[in-house]
Design a protein around this ligand. Structure first.
Ligand SMILES: Nc1ncnc2c1ncn2[C@@H]1O[C@H](COP(=O)(O)OP(=O)(O)O)[C@@H](O)[C@H]1O
Ligand SMILES: [Mg+2]
Length: 219
């Protein structure tokens, strides 16, 4: 069984000039241990497809299974809990909570998944990501590279099967980008499934497989 199985995924938005067909009839699957780069020109539907894959945005048509389950067949509450347990998300802009310190930011997903010993797991992840000297800082006191490592630790807190990243290196200098890519690669090598949206050639090179999207279709 693939960790992610997507069949016939379609999504349209109501735009000012009529309907925008952001994702059209997309099929793909991702296995445990895969590191997939999703790329294509701006506006081709990458973020829409990633959000659908991450149980954040319901498709208009098609079927998605993550770890064998269809998150869109669940109630909204069950889907939120499923997402917290099975999917980690990393964004270009980090999306850390500005008034929480590092350790508390990393523990946020434990609230939705009722994870015991979250603080201990957070501390271990932060040590692994070379952040153990930053536990009680707020995000604004960190470098952008450190902020993205905190975001990655948060995404991995609940030991998800799937890690989704939308241009995670877009705001990072080459050194910090390399570090994030290496940690994401480590997650895949440990049996995780990674889908990363990226424009960055170095990031594409780290991935084991490429998916190219054009005007909402895989090519
Ligand atoms: N919430 C929305 N409402 C209307 N149109 C949207 C919305 N989100 C995205 N779009 C449109 O859908 C298309 C795909 O967007 P997106 O998935 O963000 O592409 P990408 O991430 O590849 O740049 C674009 O034409 C974009 O303008
Ligand atoms: Mg995008």
């Amino acid at each position: 069984m693939s960790v992610i199985e997507a069949h016939g995924i379609c999504k349209s938005y109501a735009g000012a000039d009529g309907e925008v067909n952001a994702v059209r009839e997309v099929d793909f699957s991702v296995e445990a241990g895969d590191f997939v780069a999703l790329h294509g020109p701006s506006g081709c539907g990458k973020s829409t497809l990633l959000m659908i894959t991450g149980a954040l945005l319901s498709p208009d048509a098609g079927c998605l299974r993550v770890s064998g389950e269809d998150p869109y067949a669940m109630s909204a509450n069950d889907r939120a809990s499923f997402r917290a347990r099975h999917v980690g998300f990393v964004f270009q802009q980090f999306h850390l909570i500005p008034y929480l310190n590092v350790i508390d930011n990393v523990c946020v997903p434990a609230l939705a998944a009722a994870r015991p010993a979250a603080g201990q797991r957070a501390g271990e992840l932060l040590a692994h990501f070379q952040l153990d000297h930053r536990l009680h800082h707020v995000p604004s006191a960190l470098s952008v590279g450190e902020q993205q490592r905190v975001a990655l630790a948060r995404a991995l807190l609940n030991e998800p099967a799937v890690l989704l990243a939308d241009e995670p290196t877009g705001n990072l200098d080459p050194e910090n980008a390399e570090l994030i890519l290496a940690y994401m690669q480590g997650f895949a090598q440990d049996g995780g499934a990674v889908v990363m949206v990226t424009h960055d050639d170095r990031a594409k090179a780290v991935a084991g497989r490429q998916l190219a999207l054009r005007e909402g279709r895989l090519v």
